[in-house]
Design a protein around this ligand. Structure first.
Ligand code: TMP
Length: 202
């Protein structure tokens, strides 16, 4: 099934690149994102990204991301795939593994089991990792209006663990992952994305 995801740290430019990539497929594409790809999910996104007076437990955080995802899979991803659309999603399960697993230190096997439960086993066939140094990504992300959200405000060491986690996952599964250099201008990166995707979807 033609299901592709964009992954990366804060400020990697993946949302822009996902939109440009989706434009290649015209009306055949569903471009969507997590968290917040459904009405329910927009509420969950708000809960996840705003700052709270008490620390958010890592398990609570991960389950909220998976609640958003379960709804998204059921309401949008599966119906689109069943209708023959090409689905392009800005973040998916691998974000949970990178941020809550490698970043927060939650057990990766437990997260994989929750992922199977939440998604019914729906996995992307292509994962484009937009990769750049943490400092470069964070300075891009933090210069956006509104200031850093709750996750962007985590320290550099957290984001380094997330990036290293992405690299570990990409190295372990080269059939699905493509690592794309996300430094440089938007057009340059778009050309690298196109080259990395090749003839997808076959
Ligand atoms: P965004 O900035 O790409 O919209 O993603 C929102 C934030 O949520 C970003 O800091 C990454 C984080 N995130 C997780 O920590 N786990 C997840 O499963 C997902 C989908 C996002």
């Amino acid at each position: 099934m033609p299901f592709c995801t964009f992954e990366g740290i804060e400020g990697s430019g993946k949302s822009t690149q996902a939109a440009r990539f989706a434009a290649r497929f015209g009306a055949r594409a569903l471009l969507t994102r997590e968290p917040g790809g459904t009405e329910l999910g927009r509420g969950v996104r708000e809960l996840l990204l705003t700052k709270h007076p008490h620390p958010v437990a890592a398990a609570a955080e991960s389950l909220l991301f998976f609640a958003d995802r379960a709804q998204h899979v059921s309401e949008r991803l599966r119906p689109a795939l069943a209708a023959g659309q090409v689905v392009i999603c800005d973040r998916y399960v691998e974000s949970s593994l990178a941020y809550q697993g490698y970043g927060r230190g939650l057990d990766l096997d437990a997260l994989q089991r929750i992922a199977a439960f939440a998604t019914g086993g729906l996995r992307p066939d292509l994962i484009l990792l937009l990769d750049l140094p943490v400092e470069a990504g964070l300075s891009r992300a933090r210069s956006r209006a509104g200031g850093p959200d709750r996750l962007e405000a985590e320290d550099v060491a957290f984001h380094e663990r997330v990036r290293a986690g992405y690299h570990a996952m990409a190295a372990a599964d080269p059939a699905r992952w493509r690592v794309v250099d996300a430094t440089g201008g938007e057009d340059e990166v778009a050309a690298r994305v196109a080259a990395a995707a090749g003839e997808w979807p076959r």
